[in-house]
Structure formats: C-alpha cells, structure tokens
Design a protein around this ligand. Structure first.
Ligand code: MOS
Length: 697
C-alpha cells in the first residue's frame, strides 16, 4: 500500500477539521488579548461589547467561572488579573456569529496597571538561573573529565557563539475547538496532536472525571508540537459553552498564535571544541542560554544532543534560563536537538576548516563506540553509514576545501557556490498505548486506537502494520483513530507516534490472530476482540534486560547553495538527507515526513524569525506576511533516503520515528555551505542577505 488512505478525503474536502463540525445553534468565542506585557487588569468595561447585536456574553476575570484545578497556568484562563505577556487572553466575547464576536471584542475596554517589562534575552542576564531539569526531564548540566584543562591544552580550538531566534510552529490549520456540553459531559472537537492527553487535561481543568470529557480530532492540519497539549482556546470554548448553554466554536487567529499557542524560544549557545591536529576531539563544551515566561518554565534542551554525538574524553554541557515577560515557549519540531545541532554542527564545520580536514571525515574520526557520557551501548547507531552513503550519492568526493572562489552564472547574475554537511539525530522512544482489534463473522476487522493523524500519514502506517499482522488486505480493516473514546494512546509527538501506536496495534492484532487460529478461523456470531496495553512492554525498556541502552535515530544532511555575489540572496538548489531510523513502516509517507522536516530546516536557515519588539514586548511580524517561511520557490532538488536499519528494542515494528530527525542539522548544513560559498560564517539564524552583504560576498 503506497497511497495515503485519507488522501481522497482531503483533496475532495470531505475530511472534516475541528472548526468545521456543523452544530445547531453554535455560538462563537473571540478572545481579547492583553495589550501590555506585564501588569494587572484594573477593570473591564463590557458595556459597549454587550450592546453589539448577537452578543451573548463577555467573559472577564470578574465573572469567569472558577476552574477547580490545573497544573498548567496557561490553562487557568481568566482566573487571575495578572498579565504575564502581551497577547495573553484577558477577556472574551461570545456571540451568535463570529463577526459579531469579533466586532464586540474590539469594544471591550480594559484598563491596566502597567508594570515595566523585560523581554530581552542577553547572555549575561542577571536573572539567569539553573533549572532543575530541561525539557522534558533531562539533566540540566553534565560534565566528565577536565574540560577546562583539556581545552586550554588543545592544539586546535574553536570557541564560537551561535544564536537562533524565536520561531513559531505555524501549522496550516490554526488551533480551533468546538465545545458542547450535554449534562455533565463535555465533547470537544479539537485540533490536537493527542485526543487522550487533551481529554485528561481538560477534565482536570474543569474538575471532571476523565470519562466525562471526549475529544474528537479526526483530521488535524499539522501541529509541529504546538498542538501537543491543549491551549487556551480549548478552555475558552468549553467555558463559553457552559456559560451560554450552546455549542461554542473558537478559532485562534494567526496573529494570536504568536502569543498563546507556543513557540521555540530564542537561544544563545557557546560551543567550544578542542582537538588534536588530526581533528580528534579532546574537549567539548556546549553552554546554552535560553528564555521562558514568568508563567511557566520551559527550557529548551539544546545541549542534550551534544551529549551523545561525538567522542571526547573531556566534556561539559550546561543550560541556563531566564524568566522574561514573554509568551510561554513550548514544543516545536525537535525541541532542543534542532537549535542545538545548528550550533554543534556549525562548530564541527569550523573545526574541520581549522584542522584542514574534510567535514565528513572529521565526523567519521569522532564517532564514539558507546554513548560518550554514560558509556551505554547504542541499540543501533548508523551515523557513519549515513555520512558515507550521503557523500556517495551527493557527489562529495573531490570537494574543493577552500571557502569562496567558486563562481557560476553570467555577467547578469554572479553566483558563488558551495556545499555543506551536518549530522542529524533524534531520540528513539515509545510511550504506553492501548489498542483494540475486533473481527466480525463476515470477516471485517476494526482497529481502534486514540492515535492522531496530524497530516503525517499515521492512518496509512497503522493500516500497513495491521494488515500485515492480521494477514488480511487493508481493505478488510476499518481503522478508527482521533477520538479519546477509543483506547488511550500516546500523542503524535516526540517522534513517538508510529513506534508507540504500532506496538499496541501489532500486539492486539497478534492476540486476535491467535484467537482466530485457535478456532480454526471460525468467528462466532458475536465476533471476537482483543485488547492490548503496552505499558509493561515499554516499562521493560527502562528496567529489563534492554535497560541502559542509548536509542537514537541518526542522519546526514548535505546541502548545495548558491549565493548571489551582488545581493547576498541565498538559493538552495540541492538538499539530500540520508537517515537511519529503524524500520520505515510506510515509505511514501516517511519520505514526505523527512522532506517536510528538511524543508522546515531550510526555512529555519533562511527565513524564520519572530522578532521581539522590546518597547511593546510583542512580535511585530505576527502574521505570515511578516514571518517568512519557505515557499515552493525555495525548494528545488530535495531528497530524503534511508538505509536499512534493524532496531531491536523499539517494539515489534522496530520503528524509531521520523517526525523530527529531518529538521535537525539542515540549518547547519546550509550555513556551512554558505560559508563554503562565500567565506562568511553566519552564526545567527536566519541567514538573511544583509548579514552576507556586511561581509561583502
Ligand atoms: Mo513534536 S515538537 O514532539 O510534537
């Protein structure tokens, strides 16, 4: 099966997304964002808003129902008068039409007691502190050997600071929710990466039993982490529905997404590499400075990948964070690995240049036999195979090592050309999930799991493994996902969806197949069913004979660039990614995921930047005209391939996950190619043409 099973529904418009559920008598909620970055709401005057025809309610901190419980302050909507960041929802209007709600939202008059704000990340910020852990639960700092001594004594040293800007996820479908109360139960149609998790969290916020909230997310238009947890829109829709007694629809506007639905925090990263003249690392240190909001601590784990990439006896990684009056950062495709590997892999390219060693060869020379910090064996690790395969396919051999000087084009358009390489990695994990599989006497199968397909092809991948395990054609199977009423499952996140869900689905399918075989194929009139829960299987990864193994996907990214010698414009005529990520369950969908990740990496390299205005404490480029993302014209020859890899630990499918490894390393490969083309090393993303013109390519 190569086609995407939900493809026809999507291209014909039959696929239904959260906001599109038609519900009789639906009302619309429209949020009023705060216009200050820090302070207190003194008063809310709803008079003008309530006078707008069709307005049903204005919800403010004065009249909002009290929410019994949440450990996520982002979900404690209207529970406090404090303002933690500009754009935080301060009030909301509910009306019979979206237009009336929007018009009335503009007439809500909020008076604030404004306090001075601080929204600027600096490397020596006085309030930087060491968090207890970094996302999700990694050690904040690690050290082994004597880094300072070894670095001071190294024959070749690189000491460079890299910066990445704030970036926003921006899935095509903005966050949206439709909420309906029937008695004490709440049904939520939501654009979420995880129906089970959203149901549990929303139940907690409203003080309900988990079974009293049902979350339906049949089709979701992307997430990239932004939809991995419920956001304020879910709480607003449910609150408004309870107040008005009507179904309520709430869509987050694109500009509101810059504040309330998460983003990748900016980073300042210092990387120090010490090596012998042969390029072998003796000392390796990665220090990260990051920011979070005053509401909630989220520290991007940017130095975490550095802990397992390369051998070096003396090493250190640190993370420091400061709470600023900014929106709360959260998960964005490869949190940590993505910005962190821009820094580490750029520094490796600088080391290659300093040693006069080919950058592919430099990485091969520093390949560790075991995890360089913990000494754990890798469950499987094929980074060197990816580098070699990529070099062969890309035509790397014989690359001119000198930066600058290769010219193409003609008298009208003068191009400088270059190539670059970077490694990629992402943790390979799985989380407990459940699945149920049934068969009817007529031979129709049902596979039930609260997975989510956020555009990745998850449905197709699950059908592939179910059909294979049951030994029946995919056409004989009805797969149901995207509903928290189904057996609970891991979110589509952390590159864990496929590994987690296929584990449960295969386990349930095997159990059902055994039942059918035990009856010689005779299915009784009531049918047969099997249920699987992978909690103990996955627990064994941490405590059984498989404990103590390091599990990661790896990859090698190759980029070719041309830089306009007069304007500094960067084009990327060629990108090649070679990955080792266990078994690739559904090749057509996988290729698309990997190419998507690489395209997002290209976008990060050249375009994406949420600029912070220190005066107002907001992102002034808060729309897709001001926040640039890669367009079709940016993507030329881009290819993703993989090498066959057997992954013994990660369940019956042996899949490592591919949602994130594709974005990691791409920006470093492009930045290194730009250096190779121009001799200019851009250490702060994105690689805007003005940064190149300063160096006059
Ligand atoms: Mo992804 S950032 O783990 O949804």
């Amino acid at each position: 099966m190569t086609g995407r099973v939900d493809g026809p529904d999507k291209v014909t418009g039959r696929a239904r997304y959260a906001f599109e559920y038609p519900l009789d008598g639906a009302a619309y909620a429209w949020a009023v964002p705060s216009v200050i970055a820090r302070g207190t709401i003194r008063s809310v005057d709803a008079t003008g808003a309530l006078a707008v025809p069709g307005v049903l309610a204005v919800i403010t901190p004065d009249n909002a129902p009290r929410l019994p419980g949440t450990d996520d302050p982002e979900l404690a909507l209207f529970q406090s008068r404090a303002v933690a960041y500009r754009g935080q929802y301060a009030a909301a209007v509910v009306a019979a039409s979206a237009e009336a709600a929007r018009a009335a939202a503009g007439r809500v008059v909020i008076e604030y007691d404004q306090a001075a704000h601080d929204v600027t990340l600096t490397p020596d910020h006085p309030r930087l502190y060491k968090p207890d852990f970094v996302n999700p639960r990694h050690e904040t700092d690690t050290a082994s050997g004597d880094f300072d001594g070894a670095f001071a004594a190294a024959a070749v040293r690189v000491d460079a600071t890299y910066r990445t800007p704030a970036e926003h996820n921006h899935p095509m479908e903005p966050h949206a929710t439709v909420a309906v109360w029937e008695g004490g139960t709440l049904t939520v149609y939501d654009a979420t990466q995880g129906p089970s998790r959203t149901a549990a969290q929303v139940a907690a916020v409203f003080g309900l039993e988990p079974g009293q909230v049902r979350v339906i997310a049949e089709h979701v238009g992307g997430g990239f982490g932004a939809k991995g947890m419920p956001r304020a829109n879910v709480i607003l829709a449910a609150m408004a529905a309870r107040i008005t007694g009507r179904p309520v629809k709430c869509a987050v506007t694109r500009s509101q997404m810059f504040a309330v639905t998460g983003h990748r925090a900016p980073s300042i990263q210092r990387v120090r590499l010490g090596a012998g003249p042969d390029g072998r690392l003796t000392a390796l240190c990665h220090d990260v400075i990051d920011q979070t909001s005053t509401l909630k601590e989220f520290t991007e784990q940017s130095a975490v990948a550095t802990r397992h990439m390369y051998a070096a006896p003396h090493r250190r990684t640190t993370h420091r964070v400061v709470r600023l009056d900014v929106p709360t950062p959260s998960w964005m495709r490869a949190p940590g690995e993505c910005p962190g590997m821009f820094a580490l892999e750029s520094a490796m390219d600088e080391l290659a240049a300093a040693c006069g060693i080919d950058p592919v060869e430099l990485r091969l020379r520093n390949e560790p036999a075991v995890h360089p910090e913990t000494g754990q064996p890798f469950s499987s690790r094929h980074l060197t195979a990816c580098l070699r395969e990529g070099a062969a396919r890309f035509g790397w051999a014989g690359r001119d090592p000198a930066p600058g000087g290769r010219r193409a084009g003609n008298a009208h358009r003068r191009w400088l050309t270059g190539t670059g390489v970077a490694a990629s990695t992402y943790p390979a994990r799985a989380m407990p999930s459940q699945a149920r599989v049934t068969v009817s006497p007529s031979g129709r199968y049902q596979v039930l799991i609260a997975a989510a397909d956020i555009g990745t092809g998850a449905r197709t991948a699950l059908l592939v493994v179910a059909a294979e395990t049951l030994g029946v054609p995919a056409a004989a199977i009805d797969l149901r996902i995207g509903d928290s009423a189904l057996p609970p499952a891991m979110i589509a996140g952390g590159s864990m969806g496929t590994a987690s869900w296929t584990w449960a689905v295969i386990k349930a399918c095997r159990a059902l197949r055994d039942q059918v075989r035990a009856r010689d194929g005779a299915v009784p009139p009531g049918g047969l069913s099997a249920h699987a829960d992978t909690t103990t299987d996955i627990g064994a990864l941490a405590s059984g004979p498989l404990a103590g193994r390091a599990r990661y996907a790896f990859g090698a990214q190759f980029a070719e660039v041309r830089v306009d010698a007069d304007t500094g414009e960067v084009r990327v005529p060629r990108l090649l990614g070679v990955f080792a990520a266990g078994r690739i369950v559904s090749p057509a969908q996988a290729r698309s995921q990997l190419i998507g990740g690489m395209t997002m990496g290209l976008s990060m390299a050249l375009h994406e930047e949420s600029a912070m205005d220190p005066q107002f404490g907001d992102y002034p480029n808060h729309d897709l005209a001001g926040y640039h993302i890669a367009a079709h014209a940016d993507v030329q020859d881009i290819d993703a391939v993989w090498i066959d890899e057997e992954e013994p630990d990660l369940g019956p499918a042996g899949a490592k996950g591919i949602g994130e490894v594709g974005i990691v390393g791409t920006a470093a490969a492009i930045a290194s190619a730009v250096y190779h083309a121009t001799g200019i090393r851009v250490r702060d993303l994105p690689i805007r043409l003005d940064k190149l013109l300063r160096g006059n390519p």
